[in-house]
Design a protein. Structure first.
Lengths: 160, 436
């Protein structure tokens, strides 16, 4: 297997950058990473790929992302105020498709959340559809496939 | 000054911990009471197990629970519904672990006993070793009594309780109103959200008939809405009400103008549904159909609480399952129309995602409040939970029931009255199996 190490490094850097923004609640900057048509998706059914015709845990267009961030930032949500912090590890990054207009990549994520003094762990596969933009990328789609998506989850007041 | 106090209030029986207007906090935290509830409540009444659209064809099935007991809801080749205990008659393994699907038979993975969709034992390996020991006919999966009303499927272990329709009683009218939200198409399950919270099941039971919390807990959700929609959700000073429907059931009408989704079809289309209306027009729907579908897309303006485990809540079913005294699993079941335009069902799913489920803008804040109730209920021994709001302001409804203001706790009192009756019932100490 031969990798395009330059592209892999760029994609890995972008994924790490986005993860760092989310763990450090840099939500406004996170919003600016997206294309206007981008979709943030957390599927409830891992067998489905037609996300628009399926019930998801989250399917956020630009408006919903803006509102989700506002909810986390404006101090009105009692659950958002109770989230201590999150630490996520992104690894096993692989570029699946390397086009001029779109790059598709997949990685593993383990997100740890501290809430009311308790640790909760979320393992997931994360799929990125990235649009090259200058030296970096814009997010065209991010799909977070939680390992236990069809189980009984705890409620979530952060962004995967 | 606090005194050294016993860890649990052991002097009261569960039924005595419910008074008109207050309930003892031990009802949330005492594991012995929880075991008693599984027996006296969940094993002795009609429990919701699913919607008919979840088992649409011959061979369709879904798994569910009655309290802690796993069951299978199946549809046989003659289209009859069955609710079967998910336990092989041989050595007790579950015969089905899938959430839903289609099958010809349920086969035990341990020794290969195969059961039909009606539970009958069809085949087993090396049957000659049972010659003269038992007949296959004697060993079907145990089946429960099952009855339906307007698509809702309920089951019970009890052969001697009233028919489902008598149990639902005054709630039937509200179920019929709720089912109008298919917009002229039969209501269909589109998917579900699943989450749990570290708290007692009755905290959730109370919540669906609690309008008082809405503007406080869900402030961040209301902020995310456009002004016209936010106004609709500002209902505490409106004309809404809570009505006790008997047998533990109640309805909380928050938005009176959305009680009957087939009335007032001449209203203008709200801004947030403009895109949906346009998509429906482009599909060739007449303006009358567009208005009917848009109004149905809202969902109803009420929560119908059906004791003990399901609520028809505005636009979805909320199903609860008691796991332990301090853990409850909840399903938020999204609904649309069977054969309805794709744009309509998509809009219904997007609205569901907005508020419901573990990542919605509403549920996580509810979960936070419930978790705090469970935690707070550990403080002290003789604490009581108040459910007396609005007891000073009751009236008789048009249907002759007790009703209170929209933010009254009339529905909770109705549920606890039924709970008290069931927990106090003489002779209810036997297990479901013994009662058969």
């Amino acid at each position: 297997m031969k990798s395009n190490t330059e592209l892999l490094a760029k994609v890995t850097e972008f994924i790490g950058y986005e993860a760092d923004l989310l763990d450090h609640k840099g939500y406004q900057e996170w919003l600016s990473l997206w294309t206007d048509s981008g979709l943030y998706i957390v599927p409830a059914d891992l067998n489905e790929t037609d996300y628009l015709s399926t019930l998801n845990l989250a399917l956020d267009d630009a408006d919903m992302r803006r509102m989700r961030v506002a909810r986390l930032e404006n101090g009105e949500s009692v659950s958002a105020n109770s989230v201590g912090s999150t630490v996520r590890m992104m690894s096993r990054v692989r570029v699946l498709e390397a086009g001029d207009d779109l790059v598709i990549a997949r990685c593993a994520m383990t997100l740890n959340e501290l809430r009311h003094g308790k640790l909760v762990t979320y393992p997931a596969n994360v799929e990125y559809t990235l649009k090259p933009s200058g030296d970096s990328f814009k997010l065209e789609q991010k799909v977070v496939k939680l390992l236990h998506a069809d189980g009984f989850l705890r409620t979530v007041s952060f962004i995967f | 000054m606090s005194e050294l106090i016993e860890l649990q209030n052991v002097s009261l029986k569960a039924a005595d911990m419910v008074e008109e207007g207050r309930v003892h906090k031990d009802l949330y935290s005492n594991p012995e009471i929880f075991e008693e509830e599984l027996n006296k409540v969940f094993n002795h009444t009609w429990v919701y197990v699913g919607h008919e659209s979840e088992v649409p064809e011959a061979g369709s099935f879904k798994t569910a629970y009655i309290g802690r007991q796993p069951v299978i809801l199946s549809r046989d080749r003659k289209m009859n519904l069955h609710v079967l205990q998910n336990r092989c008659r041989h050595r007790g393994a579950t015969v089905c672990e899938a959430r839903k699907g289609k099958t010809k038979a349920f086969t035990c993975p341990y020794h290969g006993w195969g059961y039909g969709l009606d539970g009958s034992l069809r085949a087993l390996p090396k049957p000659e070793e049972y010659d003269g020991v038992f007949d296959k006919k004697e060993m079907p999966l145990e089946s429960l009594r099952v009855e339906t009303y307007n698509g809702l499927v309920f089951a019970t272990f009890k052969d001697d309780i009233e028919p489902l329709e008598d149990f639902l009683g005054g709630a039937k009218k509200w179920i019929d109103l709720f089912m109008k939200q298919g917009g002229g198409y039969p209501v269909k399950v589109l998917g579900e959200h699943r989450f749990n919270f570290p708290g007692n099941w009755k905290i959730q039971l109370e919540n669906t008939t609690d309008a008082y919390h809405f503007p406080i807990v869900h402030k961040s959700f209301v902020t995310s809405l456009d002004e016209a929609t936010a106004d609709i959700f500002d209902f505490l000073d409106g004309e809404g009400f809570v009505e006790d429907l008997g047998n533990g059931h109640s309805v909380m009408v928050m938005i009176p103008q959305l009680v009957d989704l087939e009335a007032d079809l001449d209203q203008p289309i709200p801004d947030r549904f403009a895109e949906l209306a346009q998509a429906l027009r482009e599909e060739g729907k007449s303006e009358d159909e567009v208005k009917k579908l848009v109004r149905a897309a809202h969902g109803t303006g009420f929560n119908l609480n059906l004791f003990p485990n399901v609520s028809c809540s505005m636009a979805f079913f909320r199903v609860l399952r008691p796991v332990s005294v301090g853990e409850t699993e909840i399903q938020h079941v999204a609904l649309g129309g069977e054969g309805a335009p794709e744009a309509f069902n998509r809009k219904r799913m997007r609205l569901h995602e907005h508020f419901q489920g573990p990542m919605g803008f509403g549920t996580p804040d509810d979960g936070e409040a419930w978790e705090r109730v469970q935690k707070g209920a550990q403080a002290g021994t003789d604490g009581w939970i108040l459910v007396n709001r609005g007891m000073n302001n009751l009236h008789e409804s048009r249907d002759g029931n007790v009703a209170g203001a929209v933010c009254s706790e009339t529905g909770m009192r109705g549920a606890y009255r039924q709970y008290k009756k069931m927990m106090a019932a003489a002779g209810a100490d036997q297990t479901a199996e013994e009662s058969k």
